[in-house]
Design a protein around this ligand. Sequence first.
Ligand SMILES: *[C@@H]1O[C@H](CO)[C@@H](O)[C@H](O)[C@H]1NC(C)=O
Length: 331
Amino acid sequence: MAACSFNRSMALCLLWSATLALCLVSSLANLHRINHPVNSDSLRILVVGDWGRKGHYNQTLVADQMGKVAEELDPAFIISTGDNFYSNGLTGTDDPQFEESFSKIYTAKSLQKQWYNVLGNHDYRGDVEAQLSPVLNKLDKKWFCMRSFIVNTELAEFFFIDTPPFVDKYFTHPGDDTYDWRGITPSRQEYLSNIKKDLDSALKESTAKWKIVVGHHTLRSAGQHGDTIELVKELLPILKADDVDLYINGHDHLVQHISSRDSKLQYFTSGGGSKAWRGDYDLKKEGLKFFYDGQGFMTVEITETDAELIFYDVFGKVLYKWSVSKAYTAI
Ligand SMILES: *[C@@H]1O[C@H](CO)[C@@H](O)[C@H](O)[C@H]1NC(C)=O
């Protein structure tokens, strides 16, 4: 500003500053986008959530079966729906848990694909920035984690959303847990409204045949956590208005499918990566199509016209298969 000494240049300078500020705001407001083209008629992926327990609670069994299924499926990438490291995320990029719960667990050759990870509430109890750090990607190149981002495969577009900051109780009643809200507080409302605005415009701009939103928390669930009311209020209207096909989440340690009555949106929980069998659920949940309280994971196979989702258990047994076709609605 020291250079703005004359009236005319002052006006120019103001204009320039305003433009710069706008650029800054719009670059903050844009979701990071990754292009992941798939040179095939079908996109195949694996989805697992709520897993990092150093192999305990059947994490190793799930990982072994994921490896076997992936060998057949040859997935383009793997999605983690969050709660990557229990109970309190990572302490730093040098936390041995990164190896003990990730690198040394998902060892099958077929799983050495790109992993796209979101953060769960437990990840926020550690050093969140460690999980977002490129240092982890150097330690294990399949690791990738951001707060909110987009993966575009051309056939389908995936919108990964940072859901823990939406949930009020982590802020108002954290109990004995401490959360790493760097970058979220003190302007939490602005952070959330940016996510909503960015998601809404990215979904509206998307030309992909299939739009899939991924987050840690449930929208609809028959499990212990039930629906996440903040997401039902803040995100669900956007997902419905913008024609989203699937919402995929973790948080409840189980696998389930819930359908909606008033839109095409389907809810799939894949949170069975380790500790499960909570025994606390409501099988009368509206729209509940399938529910399994134990460990497992999910595969998704998508073509121009069809999608098929499958749940597997720790023995590699198919628990449930669901498919949908757009063949007859296509022009
Ligand atoms: C591991 O999986 C088996 C088979 O589903 C189950 O019987 C057992 O209870 C599981 N163990 C744990 C700790 O969840």
